[in-house]
Design a protein around this ligand. Structure first.
Ligand SMILES: *Cc1c(COP(=O)(O)O)cnc(C)c1O
Length: 395
């Protein structure tokens, strides 16, 4: 399929590129789609909502007949809360697999819900593995659901979803997936993984603007979720039932955001869908990581675990390096980077998603080289402590 390279020339408005995992740099066409007002009850907007749900389901391929799509107002975390509150019965128990901030936020959500959970916390970035999931599930038969983070955006690690889902299913548990930062760019084969439900949001790999997220769940599971939710506004079953009946959202929908998202889905299809988008992001990552390594930077993760979504780099050991200054220097060159989230050593992150291609990523590396030079940093090599930290991954 033809890739419209014009679209990749964003941002046209003189804004910096957002090398962040959402909000991210969107195409001009996506921004332009927001220049019109829509009546939320009107047929035209209802048709738009229907098309959006159908287009998202189409990304599931052969399994799409078993699933339905329910958009939910709010940011991604609202959808995670809707997911947990709607699909886990009040007497259910969730195994939360955490290796970063988003897994821990899901556990915190379970606290708020007042429902049972067991947290496996792997720290900043170590992947949970199938064998330990099997062990935990064998020891605790009360666990009914397993929550898997697909790409843990805080380190950028791509967790082994299939292995984890297999372990959950083998123990008779249902699988819930936070695919927020992966859906649309990384294959998640519903015919193979057979998850109960997953969530993502408008402003990640589909490249829309923030304002809503969506749950994709087995239709039978949505029907069975009636009465589970703790929350009126985050009740997936109620939102779905209303949409099935009237074609409308319950409560005010983010109309402009939906219009922008439908435009973003067109761009996604034109690029070749999940495979095409994933290929561009992978190329973005490879070019950017290759260039950064030439400057002496080291990634937190070994290549095997590096997602094409966002990459964590250790801050250089050179005492002249100062992250705040580096950030400002990069911003002055047109690139917004992202602080790190590791607790042990200093780090920063560079996102690969949004309207950017490898030519942009080469400019990112040039900007990093110039920014280091401006600070008088000779080498971007990390401190020993960082490399010790990384050895844990290999162990
Ligand atoms: C972005 C993201 C979320 C949701 O974050 P919000 O700030 O609420 O949009 C949840 N999980 C993961 C893995 C994410 O990347």
């Amino acid at each position: 399929m033809q890739v419209d390279t014009q679209e990749i020339e964003a941002p046209r408005l003189g804004e910096p590129y957002l090398l962040t995992p959402g909000p991210l740099t969107t195409s001009y066409a996506v921004k332009e789609a927001m220049l019109r007002d829509w009546g939320s009850w009107d047929d035209d907007f209802r048709a738009m909502t229907r098309k959006m749900r159908d287009d998202l389901l189409a990304l599931l391929g052969d399994a799409k007949g078993d699933y339905d799509c329910v958009p939910i107002q709010g940011s991604g975390s609202y959808c995670v809360e809707a997911l947990l509150g709607s699909f886990v019965p009040k007497d259910g128990k969730v195994l939360v697999l955490a290796n970063g901030a988003y897994g821990l936020r899901a556990a915190q959500t379970m606290e708020y819900l007042g429902r049972e959970y067991h947290l496996v916390n792997k720290g900043d970035y170590l992947p949970p593995r199938g064998a330990e999931v099997a062990e935990v599930l064998a020891a605790d038969p009360a666990i009914s659901h397993v929550l898997i983070i697909h790409c843990e955006t805080s380190s950028g690690i791509l967790n082994p979803v299939e292995e984890l889902a297999d372990a959950a299913h083998a123990a008779g548990c249902k699988v819930l997936i936070d695919s927020m930062s992966a859906f649309g760019a990384i294959e998640l084969d519903a015919a193979r993984v057979k998850y109960t439900a997953m969530v993502s949001s408008a402003n990640k790999c589909i490249e829309g603007v923030p304002g809503f997220g969506f749950v994709i769940a087995r239709t039978a599971e949505i029907e069975a979720a009636k009465g589970n939710s703790h929350s009126l506004s985050l009740d997936v079953h109620a939102q779905w039932a209303t949409m099935q009946k009237t074609g409308q959202w319950r409560f005010t929908p983010p109309t402009h955001v939906v219009a922008a998202f439908v435009k973003a889905l067109e761009g996604h299809a034109a690029e070749g869908g999940v495979a095409g988008r994933g290929a561009r992001y992978t190329r973005n990552r490879d070019v950017m990581v290759g260039g950064m390594r030439e400057l002496g930077f080291e990634t937190l993760l070994a290549d095997r675990w590096l997602s094409p979504i966002i990459v964590t780099f250790f801050c250089p050991a050179d005492p002249k390096f100062d992250f705040t200054q580096f950030y400002e220097n990069m911003k002055a060159k047109g690139f917004i980077i992202y602080p790190g989230k590791l607790t042990v050593v200093d780090s920063f992150r560079v996102g690969c998603i949004g309207q950017m291609d490898e030519a942009v990523m080469r400019r990112v590396v040039d900007a990093a080289r110039d920014s280091l030079a401006e600070m008088g940093v000779a080498s971007a090599a990390p401190p020993e402590a960082a490399l010790d930290e990384r050895k844990k991954l290999a162990a």
